[in-house]
Write a protein that binds this ligand. Sequence first.
Ligand code: 1HE
Length: 265
Amino acid sequence: MPDPSIYPSLDLILKDNGVCIVTLDRAAKRNALDASTIEQLIQLFSSANRDGIRAIVLTGAGDHFCAGLDLVEHWKADRTPDEFMHVCLRWHEAFNKMEYGGVPIIAALKGAVVGGGLELASAAHIRVMDDTTYFALPEGQRGIFTGGGATIRVSDLIGKARMIDMILTGRVYQGQEAVDLGLAQYLTEGSSLEKAMELADAVAANLPLTNFAICSAISHLNNMSGMDAAYAEAVVAGVVNTQPAARERLEAFANKSAARIRPNE
Ligand code: 1HE
């Protein structure tokens, strides 16, 4: 279990099955990301694997997932260009630890998922939204620019043209349209947290090394040339597909005791 005393802006609950519920805990500031919260996210996501966490559900306290960069802290700090570049590099450190860290992260989204909040959500592996959730990139209107990876990850999710439209015009996406575009994979009628928990419980039952490959190797492979990715995929599969822990599951399939894959009812 991570030591809660070093995460003052996060609320952590670890379940018996290794699922950790991480709640951004600055509801009074709509979970805006200040410099300290970013450092806590780096620490948490850097050590999650070694801490034995099997899956993470990431959510926010209150009605909103995350209002993005702490604009008040940024305004008060009156940062120099190189100071803000270093702020952004810390954001990248946190979000890269999420995307490449090997522990499945499921974002339970509600209310505002805006600016840096969308950058945070887009570093998760699965995004679940509900009917309160809305997405926007208000940077254009605020006189600033994205600095936490939106140009890469939000573009990856919805395409460059739509991302440019969002930041230029402040366009808001919500509901089924947001799922159709790829901003989230699930839209729930009830609470997004409940659905995210259900998914996390299922994911946590996979073998950790398999989840590590899914939640680290796929992103790395996507950064490589096709030839190199195919080679590296074979190497990863060589390790993962021969892990001793998989023998039991393969045997269960071979002796017909394992569940078969059927269409949804
Ligand atoms: C904040 C922030 C924030 C709220 N930084 N303090 N992000 C934005 O442009 C979004 C800015 N926030 C909003 O549009 C709204 O606050 C919300 C839609 C998220 C919520 O609205 P609401 O009516 O529930 O709350 P509120 O009254 O606007 O704010 C409540 C408090 O939260 C208030 O503080 P208080 O001390 O006056 O009570 C707000 O100041 C505070 N708050 N959002 C700081 N973002 C690496 S680059 C990334 C670039 C970006 O992320 S740009 C996008 C910034």
